[in-house]
Ligand binder design. Structure first.
Ligand code: 5U1
Length: 679
């Protein structure tokens, strides 16, 4: 028998999960990150597994999804819309592969691998090729009839095209919003003074479940198909899942471009690693990848467990959102003087790392989210992106929640004077960003400018890290980048915790940095609004620094992708006497690059050509190959699609190679790449 505290614990968990289900599925307004929900769900699952008498028929563990919204009509799913079991580690994936091999009595299995879309599961019905009904998952058995809304989703075929269309077809997939569309939608929402969406998934859910289909029609939704309910209805019968996916594409459905068939657990691990690396470059949010036994007969043989298929599993990425508390809000001063409020957090593990700081972006954002010291907040860290505070969990705010005697801190406001140098803080009317007007007088800006100058993608001075730059500026050894080239061994070796060997290495790195490229040098100057890509464009277009320095704003705007704002920043930078002096000193110190005659971009031989790099090349690093391609006007992208012109293949190339072969894209080895570049 369970003791009363366990009964209470199960009851509390059930109540919390049901409340979160309601907020998530019915109101589209979740108050906790998915990872927090998953944690509570797993806790209840474990409790019920250890004490089966605690399980109740209405426990959230006993059903598949949320409740259908009564405002929509109901649709009975003839075949339930299941969820997938999750794997959170390679061990769990290996165990999945073992179960499949044992269940099928096969030594090695081919899996169809796909991204796991972070969207809304949908079922579409076609009769004689005509779209007749669309439904949400609902509770898995009964969903909401959202046919009218789905008709407004531009890439859902209203009539199927191509051949061998079955008389009746149920297609399953996900409705989502592309990241770029989501960002634009929020700009529109803000401009209209309407509520912004927290993330693309919520925006997609909120948009699809509108009672007025006209509103849905204005929202940029997409549907990605990932399977059909009854493959036996398809003729000629497909043998493999990936064949079925190609058939869906031929009938007019959008399917993920990043699909691949991989063999065995090692193949799955390689696919996972590749997708985890490509994740931030994908046009949509994914929260993991899905592996399915590719052979459709084998899928039938493996069958289902209660809530999920045995032949498939979702391999989830580490949670990107987690809850923690705000210990302080500090203000950082950036390279261009921009003041950024930063929340200091109680340490929390999110996105695969421990996070203690998160950006609040600017004063207006901090005030809009109303983040205050003491608040419980959800923090997001996606890929290499700086962690950010997504939202405050208001129910947990001191004064409002259970800690009712804790003090309530005032709303956040930026200081009027720079916290580092005391200069005034200025905010232009049409800019969200407030800036310290101290320029290079402000030690914070000077330090950032030097760090940027020395950074890997700029002058690439190895070893000149944050702590060293800090001391160099604080001890007035270095004021401008040109001073770096005047430093002697003693001034460096005298810094705290600096061994003579390290000082010698840094001096050698500074010496080496003198031989650079024009693009790197332009980028290193730290001109406002001139990032790495613009620096490359400017270098290609003007060919030499003097031509760039002499260029008028009109001439600058002749460079593709340089608009009036960027042109004004560049002209402003070179109009500043102090900047010209620093450049002259740098040249006098021996900083040099290969110059050429001005050349219009269109003359560059690889303009308009898209390359993908995969595997390890024999002599060139990925970075070097990328720079060489870009120097001739080519673009290097992360994933293979029909728009790719060349895939450069090295050793241990993975699914990108398979994809390129499927699409018939020209493959190059390192030597062939060099030949192409030499043409
Ligand atoms: N990409 C993808 N997502 N997803 C979700 N495929 C896929 N398949 C699913 C689900 C629930 O289910 C089938 C394996 C039945």
């Amino acid at each position: 028998m369970s003791d009363s505290s366990l009964v209470e614990q199960a009851k509390d968990l059930r109540a919390a999960l049901l409340q979160h289900d309601y907020l998530y599925y019915v109101l589209d307004a979740p108050t906790v990150p998915d990872a927090e929900y998953d944690r509570l769900f797993r806790q209840l699952q474990v409790l019920e597994a250890e004490h089966p008498e605690l399980q109740t028929p209405d426990s959230p563990t006993q059903r598949i999804g949320g409740r259908p919204l009564p405002a929509f009509g109901q649709v009975n799913h003839t075949v339930p819309m299941l969820s997938l079991n999750n794997a959170f580690s390679l061990d769990e994936v290996t165990a999945f592969d073992r179960r499949c091999r044992e269940g099928l009595d096969e030594p090695a299995i081919d899996y169809a691998c796909e991204p796991k879309f972070d969207g809304l599961a949908i079922s579409l019905r076609y009769e004689n090729g005509l779209f007749v009904q669309g439904a949400t998952r609902g509770d898995g058995t009964v969903g909401e009839d959202v046919t009218q809304n789905l008709r407004t989703v531009r890439n859902i075929p209203l009539r199927l095209v191509g051949k061998d269309i079955p008389p009746r077809l149920d297609v399953r997939g996900e409705v989502l919003m592309l990241r770029a569309d989501f960002a634009q939608l929020n700009v529109r929402q803000r401009a209209r003074g309407e509520k912004e969406f927290v993330n693309p998934r919520n925006a997609a859910a909120g948009s699809l479940r509108q009672l007025d289909a006209k509103i849905t029609a204005q929202r940029p939704l997409r549907f990605f198909a990932y399977g059909v309910v009854d493959v036996t209805a398809v003729s000629p019968a497909p043998t493999f899942h990936d064949e079925m996916m190609n058939r869906l594409a031929s009938w007019g459905f959008t399917v993920a471009a990043e699909r691949a068939v991989m063999r065995g657990a090692a193949g799955l691990a390689a696919y996972y690693a590749e997708m985890a690396a490509a994740r931030m470059q994908l046009p949509y949010d994914i929260d993991g990848v899905v592996y399915k036994v590719n052979d459709l007969d084998d899928q039938v043989q493996l069958g289902f467990v209660s809530r999920a298929p045995r032949f498939a599993i979702a391999h989830k990425f580490p949670a990107q959102e987690a809850l923690t508390t705000v210990e302080a809000i500090e203000v950082q001063v950036g390279r261009t003087g921009a003041l950024t409020p930063v929340a200091r957090l109680a340490a929390v593990f999110v996105g695969g790392v421990t996070v203690t700081n998160a950006t609040l972006h600017n004063e207006a954002e901090a005030q809009r989210k109303d983040v205050r010291v003491g608040d419980t907040v959800s923090v997001r860290r996606a890929g290499d992106v700086i962690p950010e505070v997504v939202a405050v969990i208001l129910e947990k705010r001191p004064m409002l929640g259970e800690h009712s005697d804790a003090p309530l801190h005032p709303p956040f406001a930026l200081p009027k004077y720079c916290p580092v140098c005391g200069s005034a803080v200025e905010k232009l009317e049409d800019e969200a960003i407030a800036r310290c007007i101290g320029g290079l007088f402000c030690p914070a800006q000077r330090k950032q400018a030097l760090r940027h100058f020395a950074s890997r993608r700029a002058m690439d001075i190895d070893g000149l890290g944050e702590k060293i730059v800090e001391q160099l500026v604080d001890n007035a050894i270095v004021k401008t980048p040109a001073d770096l080239y005047k430093m002697g061994l003693t001034s460096l070796a005298n810094l705290q915790r600096m061994a003579e060997k390290s000082a010698t290495n840094i001096l050698a790195a500074i010496e080496k940095s003198k031989h650079t490229t024009l693009a790197r040098f332009i980028f290193a100057l730290g001109i406002r609004n001139v990032g790495e890509a613009t620096a490359k464009d400017l270098s290609r277009y003007f060919g030499n620094l003097d031509a760039l320095m002499r260029a008028s704003e009109d001439q600058l705007q002749q460079v593709p992708d340089v608009g009036p704002v960027v042109a004004a920043s560049i002209a402003h930078f070179f109009a500043e006497r102090h900047n010209i002096e620093v450049i002259e000193q740098l040249r006098a110190a021996g900083v040099q690059w290969l110059e050429s005659e001005p050349m219009a971009l269109t003359v560059a031989p690889l303009v308009g050509k898209a390359f993908v790099l995969t595997g390890t090349l024999p002599t060139l690093s990925r970075e070097a190959a990328k720079e060489m391609i870009e120097a001739q006007g080519g673009k290097v992208t992360g994933s293979v699609s029909s728009k790719t012109d060349y895939v450069v293949v090295g050793e241990d190339a993975g699914s990108k190679l398979v994809k390129a072969q499927e699409l018939g894209i020209t493959l190059l080895n390192e030597n062939q790449l060099k030949e192409l570049l030499a043409q």
